[in-house]
Every structure is written in structure tokens, then in C-alpha cells.
Write a protein that binds this ligand. Structure first.
Ligand code: ADP
Ligand code: MG
Ligand code: MG
Length: 917
């Protein structure tokens, strides 16, 4: 609060226990503002940044922001604005009138207003804006005689339709239909070709549309208009579009929206006027090039609505359909220079890429919005790394700016460069990625088909907020109109979806159920492929490959590796997975599941023989067949992980998982074992368990069938010896699963050591003896970790089972009720996705502490799915684990999350050291 307003309006005392201010209306204009950029929770993003721009001396039309608190109060009061807020609004309105030297409701020099919503987080296209408020039948004539009639009637018809749509609930379509009909009648394509008389006629029709739909005349009193618009914006927080968007983006409904009321400036007053939008850097690639589009003689959202092809701001980044158009730099050089100066100032000030809106009125530039620009992950990485190099931000800030989860998109496949491309057309590369799917033309259909498991591409002339659910369901989006700032492009980037926009050659024929590209036809339901990086639209399904990760990504990861303390390993069962993970920066294998190898078609029979053997001798025969196979698996993996540790888990799942269900398989085993099918069936039945996850599995198999684990230990040891002799640096770690009691580990360890000794006794020179550790995945093991650690060289927390066992929550059955738990807020997340820190996390911490009490240098890691979840990775870093292990594609995600954890820890210790003020 500025001292001045504080004096003017002695705020009543706050209710006991509340520290909230009673200020609800924040003025900005003429270089001074009540608000600041940090006040987004209260003023919304738009309002806070308008205030900040004013304070920076940037030209912004005067206005005021009604706070989000007022929105909450408004909706709580059943849609009523308090008289205190109303009085403040009127006071601020008087200040705008003074600043703009125009009167609100004046019939010859009317002050016109925009009423704009703005929540804390930007919600593109979600909330509604009303422009040119204050016009009525009388003042439009004043404006027409005093300025230009065409401009006056154009502004009025825009106002009637926006107000009609947002406030009075008249469908925008009804207005649009009239406009289209008039254009048809006049046989013209563009709005700009309509004359003042045409607009005047349209105004009459629009007023009639309103009367027809509402049964009342269009409100003529500017103050009524204003209260109506403010109420509508507050109400719009609860509309379906806003709700859907909130749900998709995890925005809580209690935030509310602010309302910004601001003097209008006009981009539709002639050819020295324009309106535009820009990004201070390319939002798709991150390149440091100013990118933007504008339309001459236009207002508001004309640029993004695809009404005309917008012109490029400068030559860089010009789209294919814009090649012949002049630029703002050429047409309005002075305004362009101002724009460049301002965008640079904004980027320096906010230290991030900005998404800006501006309007030029008779050559003078006005800024209407700035916000941190949405960008693709690829762009986010490039911008963060570039800005760190420009010294605008630190390397640590660069690390913190990237959402580790979003890296996933970068790691995902792109089109195989060697594949043949049947290119139908080319559009703008609005959001990168490789998408393949069947053509659909409507959002509802996209959603329905996607639900049925089909992969679809949503094809539209342009998209609007009504299409969000369809875009969300589609693999990719193709539009015929619009640039990098169009609705489709902005939303697709936000969703991390591939999008090709402004594909000029695209014709959509809903009647025939097809799309055409200069004579080439694709029917609805047929596949196309979109390359969001090149903008190519291709026929059919183009095959994909794993991406190469060089450039800024590699650089960022290097910085992350310097900062982080937590190691990142991978879960890999094959040499191929191991290689991919290594390319992604894995520092070892944290979990190699031996049973996955058992499922190979040429092995499963031997495995079944082993399980169904009627005595030890028969079992040993089957194991002898398996030994060389296992050994060769490990040789491959050890070679791939040369120099890095490899943790191999001995057989874990219940045996029945390997057994045949079909006659075919049963016959085969019976033959191999020299017995009959009935005998095999009986054996299978005898192995059936009521509760296999708590049954005969894990180390319990090693206890009852010691020869199985012995075979596996031997295979590991022999493989290690064999590769070591060839010069491979091998660090095998044998991991015993599902240990609950120290006696289990004690005995199995002794057996394993015996087997290792047999392999290495004749090879005294080789120093590659496997270490032996255990998984901690049963609550009892965590509780008794001090005893267990006596026999374990390392612990690996199997957080999937540990969660399942501690929560008493079956992973395979939880789907039925877990969703309800999350929807109703009993749980705020799925404990199988992010570690439940309070419960399972406490158990892990206890296990680590007790384990290290016995063995201070005990190596500890985790190897559940959680190892690739950023939140869980940070938790593991905080409690001092040595490593996490995750699937190969998640390795970079975990590396970045681990680095962020280190940066956060540093910041926390700085805070702790700083003297309290
Ligand atoms: P959104 O949140 O959808 O971007 P805005 O409130 O920013 O909605 O406004 C919609 C359009 O109206 C934008 O193009 C904006 O630049 C334009 N606009 C808003 N206020 C004014 C104003 N005071 N003068 C001129 N144009 C305006
Ligand atoms: Mg809008
Ligand atoms: Mg805007």
C-alpha cells in the first residue's frame, strides 16, 4: 500500500486472528502502481505484471486491479460485490479518467475500458475479456463524429458481441454468423474490407441478437456495463472451460481470479495502428531470436484468432505462409524500436523469457501484458543454459528452472531420419515431437477414439478453448491457420504435445469426411504423422528412433552432475537396456532382475523343468541347462557396464508365474520330463497359492531350493571371472530379495560365499569377487536392519514392495479404490508414484540409520519405480542415500532431480546460517 492511499482510506481494523489487508483495489498508471510483480496471488499474474511494468516506466494504459480476495468474497456472497469494493472501484475509475483526460460515459469523448481476468497462473484463453466497455448508442455517434466512423462502429460491434457472450450468455456463434452472412452478401473475405456503414448495420443486427436472446435491450448505462462485466469475470472462474483447465493443470479452485479494469488503447484506428503478441525468444526451440506477430488495424485477439494471416514482427522466424508479408520493423520502424527496447528491458528485469502483448495506436506503442512465456522442454533447456552463459542467471538457477519430469519429452523417440517420408504439406513447427495417429476432425471424437485405445491426430482449421479435451486426448495437433502464438500452438506446448500449425495447404472437408493437401486426400480415420520439429505433415505412420542428446541438454546435465551428490543407477535386465542407460548417464545397474531372462522362449522350458522336477537330481539337470545361459547374460551385461557396479537380484517371483496354463505348454513340459500331462497339472495345482505376493517367493525360494540360488551365484561369478580375464572392470553385487529375518540372509550368504569360493579358489589373482547385500522391502527387515546389516555389504530398498507391504496395499488391486482416495483427498498422491514420505519414508530412514549403526559405511540405495520420480529422488537425497536406480529413460530425470536436491540443500543451509532479522 502506498502511503498516499493509506492516508486517504483509513482501513478498518482486521478481524481478530486475520492479518489480511482490506485493500481490494490496486491502481496503476502514470509511472506509479500500488501493486508489484510479487503480488501474483493477490493481483493475478496479469495485474501484478501490469503494475510492475508501470513501475518500470513502460507505457501501459492506466487502470486498476480488483484482487482475488474480492473474487472469493464475491462468490461466497452469492455473486455480490461489497459496497466498499464498489466505492474503491469508483475512486480508481476517477483516477483513470483524469489520467486519460476522458470521461466514462461521456457522449463525445468517452473513456472506454477493457475488463480482463487474470488468475495467479496464466490460463491462456480460459477466462474472458471484454473490450471497449463504456460505449452505447449515443457515445458511439460521438466517437464516430470525433474520430473515425469505421473505427467507432467496429469497436461498438466488438463490444456488443464480447459483452453479449461473456456477460449476457449469448453465444458468440450467433454474432459470428451475422458477420459471416454480411461478408457473403458483400462477397468479401476480410473484415477489413467492410465499411463504416457495414459495421453500423452489423451493430443494429447485434443489438437485435441481444434483444432476441435475452428479451431485454442491450445495457446502455456504462456503469451498469462495468458492474456486469466485473461480476461476469468473477463468475467465469467457475465456468466449465476454466474448471477443465484447472483440473488438467492442478490449479486449486480457491485461488480465484483478479479483474483488471484498464483504459482502452486502439489498434483498430487505421493503418498506423496495430495489435500484436511476441515472445522474447523462440518458444519452440529456445533460440535467442525475438519472435512475434501483429495485425494492422486490428484489436484484441484478432492476431491469435486466425482472422487474417498475421504479419511477422521481424524477418527472423517468419512462417512459410508469411514469406510475402512486410514486417513491423519495415512498416512501423519507430514503434518496432521501442518494442525491442522494452522487450530487452523486460527480459533483463524478469530474468526469463517473456510472452508479451502490445497495441500500437497512431504509431505509439502501449504494452498490455507480460508474463513468463510457456515453452517446450527443449526450449526451456536451451533458454536456461543460454541465460546462464549470458550471466543473466546462475548455473544453479538454470538447473532449478527445468522440471525434471518434463525431460521425459526430450528423451522420447523422434522420427527415424532414415525412414521414407511421404510429405503432404508443411506448416509451422509450433510444438516439437513426433506424432502419429489417425485423422479426426472434432475434439469429442478425438476423446472418444482415444478412450477406445486409438491413437489420433486432431485436425482443425484452428482450435479454441472448447477443443482442449480433444487436444489432450490426441497424439498431436494440426491446424490450417495461426502462428506460434495461436491457441493451438500455445496449448500444445503447455501440454508437451506435438503441434504443426498454420499449414496453409490444408483444406478440411467435414462433409466428405476428409482432409486435402493440394489435391492429395486423407480420409478421416487414416493415419498421418506430424513432425513438430520440421513442421512436416506426412502420410501414414513414420517409424521412430531414440533421440540424440547433445547440445544444451548435455551441458545442463554436466552442470547437474557437478552439483549432485546422489548417484544414479539404472534398472536393466539386458545388455541393450544397459547400453541405453549408460548413454543417458547411468552410473551402474541398481537392479538386474534375473527372472526376466527366464521368460525367453528358448529358456522357459528349462525353467519349467526346474520348477516341476520331482527331486533334486532332476532339478539339478534342469539347472545345468540354465547355467550357461545365465552366464552368457551376465557376460553381456558386465561388458556393457565396464567399470561400473552391477547389482543382480537372485530369483524373486513366485514360481507359478513361470508355469504353463495352456495344454500346449503342459504337453511340452510333460514330454521333456518324461511324464504325463495329468502329473504336470497336478504339480501346477500344488504350487498354486492364495496370496502369492506373500507366499513362496524371494529368498524363501533360495532357502527351500538352495540349488537355484547356487546356480545363479555360480553363473554370476563365472561371468565376472571370464570378463575380468579379458580386461573388463567388473563390480558384481549379488542381491538377495525379500529378506525378513537375519537368519535367512546369514544362511544364504554363507551358501553364496561357498559357491563364489569354488569359482575363484583356482583364480587367486582375480579381484572381482561379488559383494553380497540384500533388499529391504519388508517392514520387518527395516525394523531389524541393525541385525541384517551384519551380513549385508549393501542395502537396496525395494520401495514398490515396501510400499505394498507397509501400506497393506496390493499394487495389482489398488486401482479400484486408490483413485477415490486421491479424488476425495484422503491421499494427495499415489504412494506407488511418489514415496509416502511420512510413512514409508520414515521406515526407510529408520532402516538406513539402524543399518549404518552396525556398518557405518553401508552402501544404501533404492530400486523401485520411485527411483525415477523427481519428488522421491529428492527425498532420497535428503535422507542421505548413496544412489537411486530407475528405468533407463528416467536416468536423466533422476540426475536433474538429484542436482536440484543438492541446490535446495545448499539454499536451506544458507538460510539456517543467515542471522535472523
Ligand atoms: P487473455 O488473458 O486471454 O490474454 P487479455 O485480458 O490479455 O486476455 O485480453 C484479450 C485481448 O485484448 C488481448 O489481445 C489484449 O492485448 C487486448 N486488450 C486487453 N486490454 C486492452 C486494452 N486496454 N486496450 C487494448 N487492447 C486490450
Ligand atoms: Mg482470452
Ligand atoms: Mg492476454
Amino acid at each position: 500500500m502506498t502511503p498516499k492511499t493509506a492516508k486517504k482510506k483509513a482501513a478498518p481494523k482486521a478481524a481478530p486472528g486475520t492479518a489480511r489487508s482490506h485493500k481490494r483495489v490496486y491502481y496503476f498508471g502514470d509511472g506509479k502502481a500500488d501493486g508489484r510483480a510479487e503480488m501474483k496471488a493477490l493481483l493475478g499474474g496479469k495485474g501484478a505484471n501490469l503494475a510492475e511494468m508501470v513501475s518500470l516506466g513502460i507505457p501501459v494504459p492506466a487502470g486498476f486491479t480488483i484482487s482475488t480476495e474480492a473474487c472469493t468474497e464475491f462468490n461466497a456472497a452469492g455473486g455480490k460485490l461489497s459496497s466498499a469494493v464498489k466505492a474503491d472501484v469508483l475512486r480508481s475509475l476517477a483516477r483513470i479518467e483524469k489520467s486519460m483526460k476522458r470521461g466514462f460515459g461521456d457522449s463525445s469523448h468517452p473513456l472506454l475500458l477493457s475488463v480482463r481476468s487474470g488468475a495467479r497462473a496464466s490460463m491462456p484463453g480460459m477466462m474472458d475479456t471484454v473490450l471497449n466497455l463504456g460505449l452505447n448508442d449515443k457515445s458511439v455517434e460521438g466517437l464516430a463524429s470525433q474520430a473515425d466512423p469505421r473505427f467507432a462502429y467496429d469497436s461498438y460491434r466488438r463490444f456488443i458481441s464480447m459483452y453479449g457472450d461473456v456477460v449476457l450468455g449469448v453465444h458468440m456463434e450467433s454474432f459470428k454468423n451475422r458477420l459471416e452472412a454480411l461478408k457473403d452478401e458483400r462477397a468479401i473475405d476480410l473484415d477489413t474490407e467492410l465499411t463504416a456503414e457495414d459495421w453500423k448495420e452489423l451493430v443494429r443486427e447485434y443489438l437485435e441478437v441481444v434483444r432476441e436472446h435475452t428479451g431485454k435491450p442491450f445495457p446502455q448505462d456504462p456503469h451498469d456495463q462495468l458492474w456486469g462485466a466485473i461480476a461476469a469475470v468473477f463468475r467465469s472462474w467457475e465456468n466449465d472451460r476454466a474448471k477443465t483447465y484447472r483440473k488438467l493443470n492442478n490449479i486449486p479452485s480457491w485461488w480465484g481470479t483478479a479483474v483488471n479494469v484498464q483504459a482502452m488503447v486502439f489498434g483498430n484506428k487505421g493503418d498506423d495502428c496495430a495489435t500484436g503478441v511476441a515472445f522474447t525468444r523462440n518458444p519452440a526451440t529456445g533460440e535467442r531470436v525475438f519472435y512475434g506477430e501483429y495485425l494492422k488495424n486490428a484489436q484484441g485477439e484478432d492476431v491469435v484468432a486466425g482472422i487474417r494471416t498475421p504479419q511477422p514482427i521481424n524477418k527472423a522466424n517468419r512462417g512459410s505462409d508469411q514469406a510475402h508479408l512486410p514486417t513491423l520493423e519495415e512498416e512501423m520502424p519507430a514503434a518496432f524500436r521501442d518494442l525491442v527496447r522494452i522487450y530487452k528491458k523486460l527480459e533483463q528485469h524478469y530474468r526469463d523469457m517473456q510472452d508479451i502483448e502490445f497495441t500500437i495506436e497512431h504509431g505509439k506503442l502501449w504494452m498490455l501484458q507480460t508474463r513468463t512465456g510457456k515453452r517446450t522442454v527443449r526450449a526451456a533447456v536451451k533458454i536456461a543454459v543460454d541465460m546462464a552463459k549470458e550471466r543473466l542467471i546462475t548455473k544453479e538457477e538454470a538447473i532449478e528452472r527445468i522440471d525434471p519430469k518434463a525431460l521425459d519429452q526430450l528423451l522420447h523417440p523422434t522420427f527415424d531420419p532414415k525412414a521414407k517420408r511421404d510429405v503432404l504439406a508443411r506448416g509451422l513447427s509450433a510444438s516439437p515431437g513426433a506424432a502419429t495417429g489417425n485423422v479426426v476432425l472434432h475434439a469429442d471424437e478425438a476423446e472418444a477414439r482415444a478412450k477406445a485405445g486409438e491413437k489420433v491426430i486432431l485436425v482443425r482449421a484452428e482450435t479454441s478453448p472448447e477443443d482442449i479435451h480433444g487436444m489432450n486426448a490426441a497424439q498431436g495437433i494440426l491446424t490450417g491457420r495461426g502462428g506460434l502464438t495461436s491457441h493451438a500452438a500455445v496449448v500444445a506446448r503447455g501440454m508437451g504435445k506435438c503441434c504443426v500449425a498454420g499449414c496453409g495447404a490444408l483444406r478440411i472437408d467435414p462433409e466428405k469426411g476428409e482432409i486435402q493437401f493440394e489435391g492429395q486426400v486423407v480420409k478421416v480415420g487414416e493415419p498421418i504423422s506430424l513432425d513438430g520439429t520440421t513442421g512436416e505433415v506426412m502420410r501414414g505412420r513414420v517409424p521412430t528412433v531414440t533421440p540424440e542428446l547433445g547440445g544444451e541438454f548435455a551441458e545442463l546435465m554436466k552442470w547437474a552432475d557437478v552439483v549432485r551428490k546422489l548417484r544414479v543407477r539404472t534398472n536393466a535386465d539386458t545388455p541393450h537396456d544397459a547400453e541405453i542407460a549408460r548413454q543417458f548417464g547411468a552410473e551402474g545397474i541398481g537392479l538386474c532382475r534375473t527372472e526376466h531372462m527366464f521368460f525367453e522362449p528358448n529358456r522357459i522350458l528349462a525353467v519349467r523343468e526346474m520348477i516341476l522336477a520331482s527331486d533334486t537330481a532332476e532339478r539339478q539337470k534342469a539347472l545345468d541347462k540354465l547355467l550357461p545361459m545365465q552366464r552368457s547374460d551376465f557376460v553381456g551385461i558386465f561388458q556393457a557396464m565396464d567399470g561400473l557396479p552391477v547389482t543382480i537380484r537372485l530369483l524373486d517371483p513366485p514360481l507359478h508365474e513361470f508355469l504353463p496354463q495352456e495344454d500346449e505348454g503342459i504337453r511340452e513340459v510333460a514330454k521333456a520330463l518324461g511324464t504325463d500331462m495329468a502329473h504336470v497339472r497336478a504339480k501346477i495345482d500344488s504350487l498354486r497359492e492364495f496370496n502369492p505376493m506373500l507366499g513362496h517367493r524371494g529368498c524363501r525360494l533360495g532357502i527351500t531350493f538352495p540349488e537355484i540360488y547356487r546356480m545363479q551365484v555360480r553363473a554370476i561369478s563365472e561371468a565376472a571371472r571370464q570378463v575380468a580375464e579379458k580386461g573388463v572392470k567388473v563390480h558384481p553385487e549379488i542381491m538377495i530379495p525379500l529378506v525378513a529375518h537375519v537368519e535367512e540372509l546369514k544362511r544364504l550368504r554363507a551358501a553364496a560365499e561357498e559357491e563364489i569360493e569354488k569359482v575363484f579358489s583356482k583364480h587367486k589373482g582375480t579381484k572381482v569377487r561379488p559383494t553380497i547385500g540384500t533388499m529391504i522391502e519388508l517392514p520387518r527387515a527395516a525394523l531389524c536392519a541393525d541385525h541384517i546389516a551384519a551380513y549385508a555389504d549393501f542395502f537396496s530398498f525395494g520401495t514398490n514392495d515396501l510400499t505394498q507391504m507397509t501400506y497393506g496395499l496390493s499394487r495389482d488391486d489398488a486401482g479400484r479404490f486408490l483413485d477415490v482416495y486421491i479424488e476425495t483427498g484422503i491421499l494427495d498422491h499415489d504412494p506407488f508414484v511418489s514415496i509416502d514420505e511420512e510413512g514409508i519414508g520414515a521406515l526407510i530412514q529408520m532402516g538406513v540409520e539402524r543399518g549404518r549403526k552396525t556398518r557405518p559405511h553401508l552402501k544404501v540405495g533404492i530400486c523401485g519405480e520411485h527411483g525415477g520420480d523427481p519428488k522421491s529422488v529428492k527425498f532420497c537425497a535428503r535422507i542421505g542415500l548413496d544412489y537411486v536406480s530407475c528405468s533407463p529413460y528416467r536416468v536423466p530425470v533422476a540426475r536433474l532431480a538429484a542436482a536440484q536436491a543438492a541446490v535446495e540443500a545448499k539454499a536451506a543451509s544458507r538460510r539456517a546460517r543467515a542471522p535472523r532479522s
